[in-house]
Design a protein around this ligand. Structure first.
Ligand SMILES: [Zn+2]
Length: 64
């Protein structure tokens, strides 16, 4: 059974709400080689990603 991903209900580590780890999401994770379940619900995950990406970084800003 290749595409036998069933939706699972997980608890978000941020807001402690239940969220559904959908079959599509599981497939996506599997394709990327992630073996662990997501810890955050979608909205917390988005927030987390945004925070990471939006974090100010002073990398290579100045070169002499
Ligand atoms: Zn959450």
């Amino acid at each position: 059974m290749v595409n036998g991903f069933e939706p699972r209900v997980l608890i978000c580590c941020e807001c402690e709400e239940e969220f559904v780890f959908t079959g599509a999401a599981q497939e996506y994770f599997a394709e990327r080689g992630y073996t662990e379940d997501p810890k955050r619900c979608k909205s917390c995950y988005m927030h987390y990603k945004k925070a990471q990406r939006g974090a100010p970084q002073h990398v290579g800003a100045r070169k002499r």
